[in-house]
Design a protein around this ligand. Sequence first.
Ligand code: HEM
Length: 417
Amino acid sequence: MPDATLLNQVKDFANRANPYPVYAKLRENPVSRQDDGTESGTWVASTHATIASLLQDPRVSSETLPPADRPRTGNPLTDLLVKPLKDWMMNRHRVFIFRDPPDHDVLRASVMHQFSRARIQAMRTRSERLVADLLDEKCGAREIDAVDDLAYPLPVTVICELFGVPREDEPKFHGWATQLATALEPDSLSDRKIRDENSRTFDAIGGYMAELIKEKRKHPQDDMLSGLANEATPEGVKMGDYDLIATSILMLVAGHETTVNLITNGLLTLLRHPDQLERLRQDPERAPRLIEELLRYEPPVQFRTRKTLSSIDIAGVTIPEGADLVLLLASGNRDGTVFPDPDRFDPDRARSRHLGFGGSLHYCVGAPLARFEAEAALTALAKRLKAPRLVEDPPPYRSGAALRGPEHLRVAIDGIV
Ligand code: HEM
């Protein structure tokens, strides 16, 4: 594969701490073809207008997952009979972030029906309590790792509680969520080892969820999984078991590392802008506008991929049919034609049209919940950490280019109040 393209520079780990100069070069051509060794190439949309347009273009498909192909076991019976059947089921019941209408819309509507305002609001209060408990555990410490000590455990607990996963099973979800998040990195889709590991993880979590769904049917409780398993939408739609398993897994994965990164990128940015940290400490009401600016300035999801269903003329170029597309959301967020002085972190901007949660049909289902969790975490950190200082800047990053965020964020403190 040619290695000099700007897209490869985006993926290059050396640029993980600061990919924004590469994005600026990409924006010189709003849509550009990046040589990936294939005839059609990969096309990158890097300006706000082109990304927003492609997000809502029905000629653009989210069905980018290659056909399921689980690892061979060496057992002929399993490999010849069970594997093809399981692969077929997996293809038919993909998670809806990778599906187009009409299936996408039906599944999404079922989730939205259960993701009620009351449920999300309840998780707001719960997030505040969870954050307080996590920080209490670190009382007396002179250093915290904002990832391990707070940002990482919080979203798993929240999503497990929302879905009614028994508390004692929660630790299993940490490893599962981290492994499956790799499916959102485009290069992992062609990496055999990662795909095999993801299939095994999907089977493990899928087996667990199947049992839990049975339990929720027998003994429904007031949680989202019980609702999805037992109640139809007003249109009379009720998910079958396989879609329900896939959807539960999607919610867990989509809401985990993303939220971890929002909290961690948030604290990192605040520590780099101590005046903003101080203002938040003095006035917690500033949290919502600060979080919107973070979603623009350091978005946890830097890009999403798509495929073209037919050729598309846009910004003076023609993207051919069947081409791979990268929608560089984080670059659109730094587009100076939409956001004046785009490289400045400024929570007092006028209403932001950031792309941090995507847009259109696939706009993030968990956006309100993610905002509450980040608000709870950042306001508590601002209030309770005494004299916080970054131990390393930049901190070490996780490998992901699409889901981008620090692996650890060590903060020296004089105590926790
Ligand atoms: C800060 C945290 C989060 C960020 C930055 C984020 C970002 C995004 C983005 C950019 C998309 C669009 C994907 C695309 O266009 O292909 C998306 C979709 C999605 N998100 Fe989030 N997300 C976050 C938290 C959550 C949470 C907490 C949940 C669930 C509890 C969640 C569930 C989903 C789901 C199910 C989709 C797919 C929607 C669809 O395909 O219709 N997300 N998210």
